[in-house]
Design a protein around this ligand. Structure first.
Ligand SMILES: CC(C)(COP(=O)(O)OP(=O)(O)OC[C@H]1O[C@@H](n2cnc3c(N)ncnc32)[C@H](O)[C@@H]1OP(=O)(O)O)[C@@H](O)C(=O)NCCC(=O)NCCS
Length: 441
């Protein structure tokens, strides 16, 4: 059953817009298993996955069953019982670091059938999601994206980055003393029940993290039917602190080089650390394997401490870097006052939002504890405030502190009222570590 707190009313404007082109926009009754299966098949077909088994469908129904599941139907197609467009959404916290979080509307599985693309269906779905979330008082919407070209037009901005690393471990030494706890080699299945609790503590330290549901955990642990064939390859290790408390874990696999048995590659699939000690111990464990010359890790933070932990920083190559979590501000005072700031100052933010939700001049005033007061700016003529003009998508990019203010200034995505305003905003937004989302949703 759709969880009651995700049960936002259907957006009438989008329903009317789609109805005017002969399409029916409706919330799916997720207790109708056959209809939910067709919805899942249509949604994943949009991402070129077309082979769900009955067992997999049951797992995905359970995974998305609490979400608000929306379909668009076209009664004129050959198989009208299959939706021609899908979206699923739910309330979720997004971490702001330092144990703080904001509530956001998570949007997922946006897909439009290839027979129905480029006629405004995604626009109706996205605007419908944003209006519903705004009406429900949610300060943010968020998504992870298949293509970085799509969502800026609806006011989403890239808010976290990820990097993929490749480490040449030949002759590499770890230069940091190892912590007092222990790394235990464990089975992935045994580790599974501990993972959400450890991850929750890890996420509290890291702005940008979003909790995973059981389906996604089971997929990562090769315990879902769709990933079960990986179970024989998946390895796991757990770090317990000196008191025996689990503080982190790593999931990994090792691939052989047919031509050279001493040249395996170890892939870190997920490394989760709730403490610095767990981080050090687990990376040491991953890098310190005989017969392995290469360690790779994807979807990692861009400011990974790894190059600083080893004798040869150049052995740690960043092979790719890209944006990952996209944020859309719906309520400026609620979104901006949820986080803490690095300085005490006053900034007038003049936000442009074509959809209206974040539009306006807003005064962001922070005190010496980093606590913000955000109010509509009725007097824009404060002589002491820094002044910044920006679009709502730039505000989404800046919120977690992961986007260089000066880069947005150079790119013309924010304009300072007078020289120095961007530097003052930058000083406010600075965060101790790059925001990071370690998963997809
Ligand atoms: C991406 C997708 C949902 C777009 O659906 P659609 O109904 O064709 O989109 P719309 O017709 O409503 O287009 C709305 C706007 O987005 C643009 N757009 C749509 N898809 C785009 C893409 N892949 N890249 C860049 N722009 C895109 C359109 O040009 C249009 O621009 P404009 O109105 O601002 O001029 C659809 O192509 C799809 O299902 N793709 C495969 C699955 C996927 O990648 N989904 C996104 C998951 S994050």
């Amino acid at each position: 059953m759709t969880h009651a707190h995700n049960d936002l009313p259907l957006d009438e404007t989008s329903r009317d817009a789609l109805a005017s082109t002969g399409l029916a926009y409706a919330q799916l009754d997720v207790s109708d298993e056959a209809a939910f299966d067709r919805w899942l098949q249509s949604a994943y077909r949009g991402f070129h996955f077309d082979g769900f088994t009955t067992e997999q469908l049951a797992e995905y129904r359970a995974g998305f069953g609490a979400a608000r599941v929306i379909e668009v139907r076209d009664e004129t197609v050959a198989e009208p019982e299959h939706p021609v467009a899908t979206v699923a959404s739910w309330r979720s916290p997004v971490s702001l670091g330092e144990g703080r979080s904001a509530e956001a509307w998570a949007i997922s599985l946006v897909s439009v059938a290839s027979t129905h693309r480029r006629r405004g269906i995604a626009r109706a779905l996205l605007e419908g999601e944003l209006r519903a979330a705004h009406a429900a008082g949610l300060p943010l919407a968020m998504l992870t994206v298949s293509e970085a070209t799509i969502y800026g037009r609806w006011g989403f901005g890239p808010a976290t980055q990820v990097a993929d690393y490749r480490v040449d471990t030949r002759g590499l030494r770890f230069t940091v003393p190892l912590p007092a706890g222990r790394v235990h080699r464990v089975s992935a299945a045994a580790l599974r029940s501990l993972a959400p609790g450890v991850a929750q503590r890890a996420h509290e330290r890291t702005a940008g993290e979003v909790p995973l549901d059981d389906l996604h955990w089971n997929l990562s642990f090769a315990l879902a039917t769709r990933t079960a064939s990986h179970a024989t390859k998946l390895r796991a290790a757990r770090y317990d602190d000196a008191a025996g408390e689990p503080q982190g874990f790593v999931l990994y696999s090792v691939a052989e080089n047919d031509a050279d048995f001493a040249d395996h590659t170890l892939t870190v699939e997920y490394l989760c650390a709730a403490t610095d000690d767990a981080y050090l111990a687990l990376w040491h464990y991953a890098l310190d394997h005989d017969l392995v010359n290469t360690v790779t890790a994807g979807l990692r933070p861009v400011d990974e401490a790894l190059p600083w932990l080893v004798s040869n920083p150049r052995a740690v190559q960043t092979v790719a870097r890209r944006e990952h979590l996209w944020l859309r501000v719906l309520d400026v005072p609620a979104a901006l006052s949820a986080r803490r700031y690095a300085a005490s100052d006053t900034v007038l933010l003049r936000v442009t939002d074509p959809l209206g939700f974040a539009q306006g001049p807003w005064m962001l005033a922070t005190d010496s504890d980093g606590v913000a007061t955000v109010t509509p700016a009725d007097d824009e003529h404060s002589h002491t405030a820094a002044v910044i003009d920006l679009g709502v998508e730039a505000l989404g990019s800046l919120l977690l502190g992961g986007t260089p203010v000066d880069a947005l200034r150079v790119a013309g995505r924010l304009v300072e009222g007078s020289p120095g305003s961007a530097a003052r905003l930058d000083a406010l937004l600075r965060v101790p570590r790059a925001p990071w989302l370690s998963t997809w949703f």
